[in-house]
Design a protein. Sequence first.
Length: 456
Amino acid sequence: MTHSDLPQPDRQQSDLPQSDDAPLVNDETFKAASHARYAELRTHGPVQRVRQPNGLDLFLVLDHDLARTALMHPDLRKDPEIARAALDAAGVTSYQGRGQGLGANMLMADPPDHARLRGPVARTFTPRRVEALRPRVQEITDALIDAIEAKAAAGEPIDLVEDFTAPLPVMVICELLGVPLDHQDDFRRWTLAAVAGSSSMPSPAQREGAEALNRYFAELLAEKSKDPSGEDLLCALIRLSREEEGALSDEELLGTAVILLVAGHETTVNLLGNATAALLDQPEQAALLRESPELLPGAVEEFLRFDAPVEQTPLRFAAQDVELGGVVIPQGTPVVVSLAAVGRDPQTGSDTAAALDRLDVTRTDVKHLSFGHGIHYCVGAPLARLEAVVALGTLLRRLPQLAPAVPYTELRWTERGIMHGPIALPASLSATEATEATEAADAARAAEAGKSAAKA
């Protein structure tokens, strides 16, 4: 695809101020009411010049169809040299290309390197490998809910982020990669540090988190390389790198391993957190899913649309002047797509703005880009969907009496860069109810085991 192949609207400029008066985004105030702020920005046009808290001006894409165009545009690139030159010119000098210090990886690569880096992952991260994880995802989910019931029975406070939505994806991605769970808490802490802050200015803590991940995986890969006969994904990637000339270098294998852990769980943590928060706030939606669990796969798409786990894409940069939505984006200027905004864009024609601001787990015409679009479409999307269906379905079935301990409006949301999810989800479950729920779950599992034994 060439630049001329893409839609070319009439040239015009954004009607919001384009200098010192550019609207501020991504600060604490913006994050607390981001959907309302995106809607307000959209009234001025689908592509707007805005400013980050670090002073960086960029163009923000708010329209679903234009977002698809931007995410596939050959002149909107992640090239670290273009990025560094653009950010140096803007006075932002601490930018690290290649994924915030997370090594060479497909997430921060442009063609043709991107295809070479993604290819081995796509060939090993197969639907069959993902589906094979389903029983293990169910086991992990049940174990976490068992622990929640035990905490409730003991009168201990429940935080569904700490107790459920955060540990589950970490444990699942470790299972997939073949990573021991000994450092599970470390992985979470390092990841939170590595993805914190602005997408353009890694902080010292951010670099320290990335360095810790790099050190750990360098040692793990060295150990696995001695005998890469395992069935896990990292062993498969090591074998492929040895068998195929020009596949992945040692540096690229390290970067790929790290980004698979980070991206492979952080997005799902937020997906589960956002969905759980919404269901606690809207019990009538939870009731619909309990009554009709077959709605769950479609409901997961609705959760992704309603509250995107990745609020904005990483920065891209105009390799030359680019027209988008009638706005001229000058060469070297950063561009970001708001995945949160495009999920509620009424221009998709799927529903009115008011209706799109409401969660509807029965919605059938669900349009979102929460897993991206084009060559950077999330390779782990099938795993995230599987985890969400299993985890949310089990939570709803086993803990129907779960209730929020604080109102939705009082929840605190992450300020970590481009991510979006609750920091904590305090919930309540009485000791009596927990005991009854545990007994019911044990009885159900015993009955299921009896059926399996009878079939055998």
